[in-house]
Design a protein around this ligand. Structure first.
Ligand SMILES: [Zn+2]
Ligand SMILES: [Zn+2]
Length: 796
């Protein structure tokens, strides 16, 4: 065999190797796996944990050792992720037997912590086995499943540093825990009815209710009551998904007017009755991450109207904890399972907090005494062209690293965006993107953001040398970045971060033509960008094109009220004299002229090139929605209303130049003309979508001619619109472009932190190549001089 370039051990001879395994290899049953494998192959040696992973020494006939190394990757335990296996020959010692040896705790922690994992098949079998000592025990788990990230308080990942510390193991659990042949060997959260957490059912006032908690909770659901349930990463609110009154009551108590609820179904068969389950969606539903999977609905499938009003898609998830499995079996039917909070607040995860905040919403509480250490929302994903597309990357995915295709020379902390915030710690080839933090607009969320960063720094033992952040002066994440002590800082423009995120997601270094379409991002000229065409690589970008700006009349008010955006667009499109008879203007007869004048005057009406706002304007113009109750609502409903059979397209003018300008007003003018002529809103919505696609393809063709680049990266929240994304990918591919889309991180602002980290790492690599003694400022690559992102020494 060949080790490190040298041929060692002829056929039949005995060899001894030192083997290092790196990745997610602790707390996932890796040592017992190695022990079992080596014993089966009659190899000698030992295995143990240390701070950088698993170390092995193995000795035996050369062919058998080769077989061992091959099986090490191929048969690795389900929760493990093997990043690297390094081997080194040693002189044979002629010892016998294979042992698991004590852990070596010296040095710094470079190991990775597994995400929480849905209950495995072996545990489900025990859950249903009346002869098993964990029969119907709602906290059953093992080496291959159960809580991980949400219960970890510190490293090394051992029981005393988890929220299971308060539950000393009984003799039976202790015996399993220490038995290398047992499937609970060193399973830190293992427990049983004798020693583990217990369920309790309480009323809204906090008094315990008698009887079996599961049966009682299921009875409450069947009776139409609202149930608060403590899950892995926090509390959920649940009600029957087939009871319109219960779902309506949950909506009004939660102050959540329209945003769709997710539905937990007992099994795949029920999911298939409700939705079109394609193979990618099925794999996601049953995956150990257990996310909410968005799928197209089949009729209403018995789901009550208020669950996901007016939505073609439904978010569905399967039970992912034993508690959910037991509850769903008793509840007899799908249940709404939505975050345990009021409207936009962070979800409740502490028991006292939940009891206080959820008391006005929930009639009954199904809770327990295992603390949640890290608040973690459910992840949301949907299938796009045979790949998953993460829309919210949280429980089940975080904090497992996103593998990078390049090195990060110095550790980076990327602070993320303001909305749908995540942060990211990058080191080497790993980017650890945090769970979904949420909108940093309120104090509780900001606090959990700062605490979350500290927690990750300790967990992964990273001291960032570079902080990357969004230059928007008002973002709280920006303020955090500027107040924080660090060696260097880099401000990464919002839409450049989107494109860099798409590049990192795909392992593509660029340069590419980046199409970054979203609602709002701070531009380098101080205006609000959001419909951007960038020539970009990881280190810099040129703003090569964008939608021609229109005023955002009243600033934030125009984001909440799409009709204001429609007025601004009509005012631009028709030079202050929009056609008579538009219903929109009749609806806002008393105020549209003031809004138009406000936009024209410029006071509190910054110009914006936002593509998201153009979708808003069309939605309001054709009567889909005047006021948004949640971010992106008007655009989402416009997509829902589209007549998919219509293939006509409005044509937006493209004015050549640097940057080229796309005339969004042309689309508004065409839509207004169709509306006046009595064309149905669904047809207008389709022609608008197709017109956007057409504008993207023509603009990219112009930029290809100018730059020679034939790869397009699509990013930004607007590309959560699958109709737009699908048609854009088809048309761009047909025009000969290679197209990059998101998969591992969201196209929305949840992916911004990864993009910021990728930019910071690229600048660091470039500065090491060009100016080893003087790191800043970094020069931009040839051909893209406009907006080189620059690393700034932080000490001033
Ligand atoms: Zn299990
Ligand atoms: Zn026990």
């Amino acid at each position: 065999m060949e080790i490190g370039g040298a041929e060692i051990g002829g056929v039949g001879s005995t060899v001894r190797l030192r083997v290092r395994v790196e990745g997610i290899v602790q707390g996932v049953g890796f040592r017992p796996f190695v022990h079992t494998l080596a014993t089966k192959l009659r190899l000698a040696g030992h295995v143990g944990n240390d701070v950088s992973g698993v170390f092995i020494e193995v000795e035996g006939p050369v062919e058998t050792v080769e077989e061992f190394l091959a099986a090490l990757r191929r048969l690795a335990p389900p929760l493990s992720v093997v990043d690297r296996v390094a081997t080194e020959p040693m002189p044979p010692t002629d010892t016998r037997g294979f042992a698991i040896v004590a852990s070596d705790r010296a040095g710094t922690a470079a190991t990775l912590i597994s995400a929480d994992s849905a209950t495995c098949a072996d545990c489900l079998r025990e859950l249903d086995d009346p002869a098993d000592r964990r029969y119907r025990y709602p906290f059953i788990n093992c080496t291959n499943c159960g809580p991980r990230f949400t219960i970890v308080r510190g490293v090394p990942y051992d029981r005393p540093l988890t929220t299971m510390a308060g539950f000393p193991m009984c003799p039976a659990c202790t015996a399993e825990y220490h038995d290398p042949a047992d499937r609970r060997f060193h399973a830190q959260p293992t427990c049983c009815p004798d020693c583990g957490p217990a369920l309790v059912l309480r009323d809204a006032a906090g008094s315990p209710l008698p009887g079996d908690p599961i049966a009682g909770a299921a009875g409450a659901l069947r009776a139409g009551r609202i149930l608060a349930v403590k899950g892995l990463g926090g509390y959920h609110l649940a009600c029957s998904a087939t009871d319109p009154e219960a779902a309506g009551r949950l909506r009004s108590r939660k102050h959540r007017e329209d945003k769709p609820f997710a539905v937990m179904v007992p099994d795949l068969a029920t999911a298939r009755r409700l939705c079109e389950v394609d193979p990618v969606s099925e794999a996601l539903l049953v995956s150990r991450a257990g996310p909410i999977v968005l799928m197209d609905r089949r009729g209403n499938g018995g789901v009550a109207g208020p669950v996901a009003p007016g939505n073609r898609a439904l978010g569905v998830l399967l039970p992912y904890t034993p508690l959910h499995h037991l509850l769903l079996r008793h509840a007899a039917g799908p249940i709404v399972l939505t975050s345990g909070n009021v409207s936009d607040e962070p979800i409740a995860y502490g028991d006292t907090d939940a009891a206080t905040r959820l008391a006005p919403i929930a009639d009954t509480f199904l809770t327990h005494d295992r603390p949640v250490h890290v608040r973690t929302d459910d992840s949301v994903v949907r299938a796009f062209r045979d790949r998953p597309m993460l829309l919210r990357r949280s429980r089940g995915y975080a904090p497992e690293p996103v593998r990078l295709a390049w090195d990060t020379p110095r550790p980076v902390l990327a602070c993320g965006a303001e909305l749908k915030n995540t942060f990211c710690l990058a080191r080497g080839r790993h980017a650890v993107v945090s769970q979904h933090i949420g909108d940093l607009e309120n104090y509780p969320t900001l606090r959990s953001y700062a605490e979350g960063i500290e927690h990750f720094r300790r967990l992964f033992d990273v001291t960032p040398a570079v902080i990357a952040y969004d230059p928007h002066p008002e973002y709280l994440s920006t303020k955090y970045a500027l107040e924080h002590e660090v060696t260097d800082r880099v401000a990464v423009q919002h839409h450049h971060a989107h494109i860099a995120s798409c590049l990192a997601d795909n392992g593509h270094p660029g340069p590419v033509i980046g199409v970054a379409f979203d609602g709002t991002g701070y531009g380098t000229d101080g205006t609000i960008w959001g419909g951007e065409l960038l020539i970009a690589d990881l280190a810099g970008f040129t703003r090569a094109g964008h939608f021609a700006p229109v005023p955002l009349p009243g600033g934030a008010a125009a984001i909440r009220h799409p009709w204001r955006m429609a007025v601004a667009y009509l005012d631009s499109a028709f030079a202050g004299a929009p056609p008579d008879g538009l219903d929109l203007l009749r609806r806002h007869d008393g105020s549209w002229r003031q809004v138009a004048a406000l936009g024209r005057g410029g006071l509190n009406s910054p110009p914006t090139s936002s593509a998201g706002r153009l979708f808003d304007a069309v939605a309001a113009l054709i009567g889909v929605r005047d006021t948004a109750n949640y971010e992106g609502q008007a655009a989402i409903e416009l997509e829902q209303r589209t007549d998919r059979a219509e293939d006509g397209a409005y044509r937006a003018g493209i004015e050549p130049g640097e940057p080229l300008l796309i005339a969004g007003v042309d689309l508004i003018r065409a839509a207004a003309a169709d509306l006046t002529a009595g064309v149905a809103p669904g047809i207008i919505a389709a022609r608008f979508h197709n017109g956007m696609v057409d504008a993207i393809v023509r603009a990219c063709a112009v930029l290809r001619d100018a730059s020679g680049l034939a790869t397009v990266a699509l990013s930004g929240g607007v590309f959560q619109n699958l109709l737009l994304l699908d048609r854009a990918v088809s048309r761009l591919s047909a025009a000969g472009f290679e197209v990059l889309t998101h998969s591992r991180v969201p196209p929305n602002d949840g992916g911004i932190s990864l993009g910021q980290a990728a930019v910071a790492a690229a600048l660091d690599r470039a500065s090491r190549r060009t100016a080893p003694s003087d790191r800043a400022p970094t020069t931009s690559p040839p051909g893209m001089p406009d907006h080189a992102q620059v690393i700034q020494p932080a000490a001033t």
